[in-house]
Design a protein around this ligand. Sequence first.
Ligand code: PMP
Length: 403
Amino acid sequence: MNYDAMFQSALDGLRADGSYRYFAELERRSGNFPKAYHHGLGRDVTVWCSNDYLGMGQHPEVLKAMHDALDETGAGAGGTRNISGTNHYHVELEKELASLHGKESALLFNSGYLSNWVTLGTIAGRLRNCVVLSDELNHASMIEGIRHSRAEKQIFRHNDVEDLERRLKELPADVPKIIAFESVYSMDGDIAPIEAFCDLADKYGAMTYLDEVHAVGMYGDHGAGVAEKMGLSHRLTVIEGTLGKGYGVVGGYIAASAPLCDFVRSFGSGFIFSTALPPMIAAGALASVRYLKRSSAEREGQQRAVAYLRAALDKAGIPHVGNPSHIVPIMVGEAELCRDLSDELLNRFGHYIQPINFPTVPRGTERLRLTPTPLHTNEAIDELVEAVSTLWRERQLKRSVAA
Ligand code: PMP
């Protein structure tokens, strides 16, 4: 058997339909973000597609906390949480995250992906006859967790309250149910009708599982996410978040009741049998969460950059998805064109925006996904929109009506 030939042929398929992923090798230099040194080009570029949404990855308080904790504790955690790997930074961070979301308890994971996979897999897999109602645009980590649980899954139409209710109505009253959804959807930047979903959960006796990965640090007075902003945190059974995007470090977590967190801690194999996050990571994340709890300047700076970018794109007639979040997708609609535009923006103009193609988004909706941060100046935004406009003009691409 020629196994490599099998692998290669699958990869050729990706290349043929333009969805093969090429990595840009970037050197992020602390203090230099949103610029980064691009190895292929041999020069600095402006990064427009980072999930270090607030630039916390280079914040002095975060860096200091990590340096101090590294010197204090060493490199790694030394074990799984259960076997010698629980450090006081893990414990402090879990307390801080529970309090941030107004929950009794929180549980850390090595990534947001794992927090979804393990939590949904464990709850839906262990509660007899559990049914998971999952938004059709949920992230792969939730989908895989639900699959892994082998529980019955019902996929409801994206953000569709009626479709969700129609499905809930048909389920027996006495089976456990989980409504799993996100607050800010990462590719379109639209926001779920959280309150209406909570109302349905109450009416039909379901749990609510909210992924706030693209919202924590950025929304609400303390950065606890959209649920905080809407005053709904107390109505959600589980709030899940990441420490790797708005908070700029790495790791994931859930915040929920004490019994629920203890249940996942006690039965979740992907939690139990994996080395804990290094204490310095927990220390850095703790500093970041605490900082963004008291400082709104980064959130405000981000909103300023987002509003400025949207207005500039509107003025130039560049079609982008209008939504109430910090995610600004420029719609292209063809994989090859999307890659081409991205290449030209990089090579000619020094703006790095990774093309987003199938399977991350449906075919025909390929896009350049922009996530301006508080560190993107108005001048940088003007330069970017000028470059995009030039490409639109040269290639005679369709403008939006505003132009
Ligand atoms: N949930 C959503 C909605 C995501 O977009 C992502 C990552 N892009 C994750 C979870 C996983 O989070 P992490 O990157 O911390 O693994």
